[in-house]
Design a protein around this ligand. Structure first.
Ligand code: COA
Ligand code: AMP
Length: 633
């Protein structure tokens, strides 16, 4: 770490209170914080415990009040439907108020949960902000998940209302959200009182009398009420009140409900927009992800709007909608300063357009930098993008749990030298340690578990929804005094972090976080399966893809013949297409230790064709040969 950035980081450590209270000055509070952090509250402490605020006010109202109502808040660009639309801050405010009024009239109150199961359209962002406005807690569920996953989230969050749309549009098919939502409600024990469904012309759906409300009719009615003078003021919430719950994959089939607060989140995200992304008020920021993931929450919705910037809502894919030039077309057409996406998207673009011919067709004069996160950014992809774009390509590492960068390159303060393969250095608020199994720090260059010294930074999760104990067990128990990131890696002599992979059952498939443990739970339900293991296999395009190994009971040939297709369908039906579960291998036995633990790491090495030593504790070495034989077939 050098120069300006070192100064900022050191100050954040030596004067934590002063540093974060100063950053908090950028936020409009109903009651200002007098204290940044109180370690006596919550599981490990709470940020801005005495402040009162509203996130929607900071994301919209304050910009309109400051005279920027005509500025573009959202640019919707949808190559899959051909739609393009710009929404000003004033119009966004009107729409958010209208939806907030509709939700209030349906009985949604401060602290109630609202599930948002919607595609990449501006109404999804409106939904999130309307919840924030009335102090309701939203939980956005990614459209690539199956009904069963939605049902699990309904049962955990117990929403009063679900906001949805008739369909999402994938390049090869329309995703019918409505039947998925209906099925999820049927499966769930907790039943929402009402739903509001946006009918999309591409595939309208049937609404159920007495439960489902038509979005457009409500929009029309409540817009008229708002224009006629009805006000929907921003609810006063505590900085420590939850803004949203975002479910993420853990070790088991039960997703973890990551809780986000209002105050710490606003302060951290606002700071990150300038310091990390170099985005200022009025700039255009393009994040190509999905609202259903943390990147979409933080950098399509909240971050850019808190900063008073313009955010692009992109409904399409990096390739095929219609071609590998889409990202560059959007950057040029809307004057985006930054693009943030997952490395897998750039690998997809590179594969289609290896010479970067599309890049040369567009005016990228406003474009300053490409940001990558969500999975490890392989140096080859970075090198290609640097060469073709002639701009810094900035890797940064974070998690759903943190909501913003743990380690990154703070270009807005100072662009540090880039070391390909490293997301660079710790951001303020984070003290990183590489620990061995005994929780001792290892020397630079040595691999270990990456941990964050408590307390966590503002914006990071204070706990899991209704599950303090699970939060402690999952994250705080392994290394007392630290948060365990479940990533492994090392730090070099200059403080640059290298993140090498997860230490748990989480895999990253095309930048999507999934649990192999959860997939195993589904595969094991097949009546012919005695035992199974799902591992994340290296994949050139998606980073990792799941591969299932199954041991069968004595079974007839017909069952064996249809087994692969059946198991694949089960995973698709129960978890969703996003799992990209497409391979099943039948083996006689799984390699295990004498104590019965499946040697997943060894299996992974075999399928990835990397070197491994047969563990001394193996029960039966012939199981390894069986795996080797099976994958050769
Ligand atoms: N709703 C419904 N289904 C979805 C979906 C959504 N929002 N997103 C993906 N799916 C489906 C896809 O249609 C596909 O279904 P299929 O098996 O019927 O073809 C399946 O889930 C797997 O999708 P994906 O892994 O995304 O592969 P892909 O081949 O469709 O696209 C990329 C590959 C690289 C273009 C794509 O993964 C991508 O843009 N990734 C970016 C990742 C990202 O934004 N991550 C967030 C963190 S930054
Ligand atoms: P998610 O919660 O979906 O953001 O996934 C978080 C996980 O993705 C991390 O724990 C890492 O395993 C991985 N990840 C995210 N960003 C990076 C990165 N820049 N480099 C390496 N791994 C990353």
């Amino acid at each position: 770490m050098t120069g300006r950035y070192r100064g900022v980081y050191e100050r954040s450590r030596s004067d934590r209170e002063g540093f974060w209270l100063e950053q908090a000055e950028a936020i409009d509070w109903f009651e200002k914080p007098t204290k940044a952090f109180d370690e006596t509250l919550g599981v490990y402490g709470r940020w801005f415990p005495d402040a009162i605020c509203n996130t929607c006010h900071n994301a919209i109202d304050r910009h309109v009040e400051a005279g920027h109502g005509e500025r573009a808040a959202v640019i919707y660009d949808s190559p899959v439907t051909g739609a393009k639309r710009t929404i000003s801050y004033s119009n966004l405010l009107r729409d958010v108020k209208a939806l907030a009024a509709a939700m209030s009239d349906l009985g949604v109150e401060k602290g109630d949960r609202v599930i948002v199961y919607m595609p990449m359209i501006p109404e999804t962002l409106t939904s999130m902000l309307a919840c924030a406005r009335i102090g309701a807690i939203h939980s956005v569920v990614f459209g690539g998940f199956a009904a069963n996953e939605l049902a699990k989230r309904i049962d955990d969050a117990e929403p009063k209302l679900i906001l949805s749309a008739s369909c999402g549009i994938e390049p090869t098919r329309k995703v019918e959200y409505k039947p998925l939502m209906d099925k999820a409600i049927e499966l769930a024990t907790s039943k929402p009182e009402a739903t509001i469904v946006l009918q999309r012309p591409e595939l309208p759906c049937e609404l159920m009398d007495g439960r489902d409300y038509d979005w457009d009719s409500l929009r029309e009615r409540y817009r008229a009420e708002i224009e006629g003078g009805r006000d929907v003021p921003c609810e006063r919430v505590k900085a420590t009140d939850p803004l949203y719950i975002l479910y993420t994959s853990g070790t088991t089939g039960k997703p973890k409900g990551v809780v986000r607060d209002n105050g710490g989140h606003m302060v951290a995200l606002h700071w990150s927009m300038g310091a990390i992304y170099g985005i200022e008020e009025g700039d255009v920021s393009f994040t190509a992800s999905d609202f259903g993931w943390i990147v979409g929450h933080s950098y399509i919705c909240y971050g850019p709007l808190l900063k008073g910037a313009t955010t692009i809502v992109f409904e399409g894919k990096p390739v095929g909608t219609p071609n590998a030039g889409t990202f560059w077309r959007i950057i040029a057409e809307h004057g985006a300063k930054t693009l943030f996406t997952a490395p897998t998207a750039i690998r997809g673009v590179r594969k289609e357009d290896p010479d970067g011919e599309f890049i040369g067709q567009y005016d990228l004069s406003k474009f300053e930098a490409l940001y990558l996160a969500g999975e490890r950014a392989d140096p080859e992809t970075i090198k290609w993008a640097e060469a073709k774009l002639d701009r810094p390509v900035i890797d940064h590492w974070w998690q759903t749990e943190t909501s913003w960068t743990i380690a990154g390159n703070p270009r807005g303060i100072e662009l540090l030298p880039i070391k390909r393969g490293s997301p660079s250095v710790a951001m303020p608020g984070y003290e990183l340690a590489i620990l061995d199994e005994a929780a001792k720090e290892v020397p630079p260059g040595e691999m270990g578990a990456i941990a964050i010294k408590l307390p966590l930074a503002p914006g990071n999760l204070p706990t899991l929804w209704n599950a303090d104990e699970r939060f402690r067990e999952s994250y705080l128990a392994e290394f007392p005094g630290y948060y365990s990131t479940a990533d492994a890696g090392y730090m070099d002599e200059d403080g640059y972090l290298f993140v090498m992979g997860r230490t748990d059952d989480v895999i990253n498939v095309a930048g999507h976080r999934l649990s192999t443990g959860e997939m195993e739970e589904v595969v094991a339900k097949h009546p012919a399966v005695v035992e199974c293991a799902v591992i994340g296999m290296e994949d050139e395009m998606k980073g990792q893809i799941p591969c299932g190994f199954v041991v069968l009971k004595e079974t007839d040939q017909a069952t064996k013949d249809s087994l692969e297709a059946d198991v694949i369908r089960m995973v698709r039906d129960e978890i969703g297409p996003v799992a990209a579960f497409k391979q099943v291998v039948i083996v006689d036995k799984l390699p295990k230790t004498r104590s019965g633990k499946v040697l997943r790491r060894t299996m992974k090495a075999i399928v990835d064709r990397t070197d491994f030593d047969t563990p001394a504790t193996i029960e039966d070495a012939s199981a390894i040969e069986g795996i080797e034989r099976a994958i050769r077939l």
